[in-house]
Design a protein around this ligand. Structure first.
Ligand code: 5AD
Length: 333
C-alpha cells in the first residue's frame, strides 16, 4: 500500500479500531496461528546502557537507576526455572552494555543451547556490527528483537541523540535478516512528535522489511527522562496499529506488550482481541525487576513466575485462547 493510503487508514481509526477492523485482525490471526498464545520468558540481564534515548528510563544519563548485571550463573538459573515452568523461548534483553562483550554473549548463548537444545533464544541487546551478529547466530541465537522505533528519519532524530541514526538501525535489521535470524522490528505508539505520517512510514517500512515479529506498545513517560512531561500513547490508537499490523503481515508474531498491559488493566485482553498472539512474562529475578524500568509504573507483579503462569492461563482462556508452550517459531519466511 502507498504511504498516503496508510495515513488514510490510520486516520480513519485513530480513535480506535471498528468492530469490523478488529474482526478482520482476529480472523487473520486465527487463520495463521489459531487460538494459541505463545509464551516467551523475558530475562532482563543488564540495565546498563551506553545510549541516551530520550524516552527510555535506563538511558545512560539517568543517574537515579540502580544498575545491575546478572551473572552468567544467574542467567542460567533463570533459564532453568523457566524451562521447568514450560518455557521454550528465552528472550535475553539488556541495555547496550559493552561489559557484555561478544565473547560473553556467545558463551551465554552456547551454554543455554547446550542445556536446552529444545529452546529458542531471542536476543534484544541493540545495535552491533554484522560480524558480531554473525557470531551470535553461530553460537546458537535464533531470533533478534530490535525495534526500529520510528521509520521517519526526522522523527528518529527527535527521539535519539545524534550518535544514533535510523540508517544504522535499518542496516542492523537487514543484516540480521540476511544472516538468518527471525527478526523483530517495531515502534511505540504515541511517542513524542509522532504523527499519522510517521505511523504511515512505520507501516510502509514493516511491509518492506517483512519482519518475523513486531513489537508494538504505547509510549509511557518515565519521570527521569527528557520526555517526562509528554502524555502516554493512546490505548485505542495502539489497538488500531495492532490490527493494521496483523492484517498487513498475517504471519507475524505480535506480542501483547507489557507497556500495553501497564497502560490498561484490560490491555492484554484487548491486544489479543486485536491480533496479538504472544505474551512475554518476566522471568528476571524479582529483586532486579524494579530496576529495569523503561517507563513509570511498569507492570511487574512480583508474583513468582509459576503463579503468574496459572493466572495467565485463566486470563487467556477467559478470552477464548490457550497458552501454547512450544517454541513458537514465526511462520514468516
Ligand atoms: N515507553 C514505552 N516503551 C518504551 N521503550 C523504551 N522506553 C519506553 C517508554 N518510555 C521500548 C522501546 C524499546 C523497547 C525495549 O522498549 O521501544 O525498543
Amino acid at each position: 500500500m502507498q504511504k498516503k493510503e496508510w495515513a488514510e487508514q490510520i486516520k480513519q481509526f485513530q480513535n480506535g479500531p471498528s468492530q469490523e477492523l478488529k474482526k478482520k485482525a482476529l480472523q487473520t490471526r486465527l487463520l495463521s496461528y489459531g487460538r494459541g498464545v505463545f509464551l516467551r520468558g523475558l530475562i532482563e540481564f543488564s540495565n546498563y546502557c551506553k545510549n541516551n534515548c530520550y524516552y527510555c528510563g535506563i538511558r545512560a544519563g539517568n543517574h537515579h537507576v540502580c544498575r545491575y548485571r546478572l551473572t552468567q550463573q544467574d542467567i542460567l538459573n533463570t533459564c532453568k526455572k523457566g524451562h521447568a515452568l514450560g518455557f521454550r523461548t528465552f528472550v535475553l534483553q539488556s541495555g547496550e552494555d559493552p561489559w557484555f562483550d561478544d565473547q560473553k554473549i556467545c558463551s551465554i548463548i552456547s551454554q543455554i543451547k547446550e542445556m536446552y537444545p529444545d529452546c529458542a533464544i531471542t536476543l534484544s541487546i541493540g545495535e552491533k556490527s554484522k560480524e558480531t551478529y554473525r557470531a551470535f547466530f553461530a553460537a546458537g541465537a535464533d531470533r533478534f528483537l530490535l525495534r526500529h522505533e520510528t521509520a521517519d528519519a526526522t522523527h528518529y532524530r527527535k527521539l535519539h541523540p545524534d550518535v544514533m541514526s535510523l540508517e544504522n538501525r535499518k542496516k542492523c535489521l537487514y543484516d540480521l535478516r540476511e544472516i538468518g535470524f527471525q527478526v523483530g522490528a517495531g515502534f511505540m505508539v504515541g511517542s513524542p512528535f509522532q504523527t499519522i505520517e510517521t505511523l504511515a512510514a512505520d507501516m510502509k517500512f514493516l511491509e518492506e522489511l517483512q519482519p518475523h515479529m513486531v513489537g508494538l506498545g504505547p509510549f509511557l513517560p518515565h519521570k527521569e527522562t527528557p520526555f517526562k512531561d509528554f502524555p502516554p500513547g493512546s490505548l485505542n490508537l495502539t489497538l488500531t496499529m495492532l490490527c493494521l499490523v496483523r492484517i498487513a503481515l498475517p504471519n507475524v508474531l505480535l506480542p501483547a506488550t507489557t507497556a500495553l498491559a501497564t497502560l490498561s488493566e484490560q490491555g492484554r485482553a484487548l491486544g489479543l482481541a486485536c491480533g496479538a498472539n504472544v505474551i512475554m512474562p518476566n522471568l528476571s529475578p524479582p529483586e532486579v525487576r524494579g530496576s529495569y524500568s523503561l517507563y513509570d509504573n511498569k507492570k511487574c507483579t512480583g508474583n513468582e513466575a509459576a503463579e503468574e503462569i496459572a493466572l495467565l492461563q485463566k486470563e487467556v482462556e477467559n478470552d477464548g485462547f490457550f497458552l501454547d508452550f512450544s517454541r513458537g517459531d514465526s511462520r514468516v519466511h
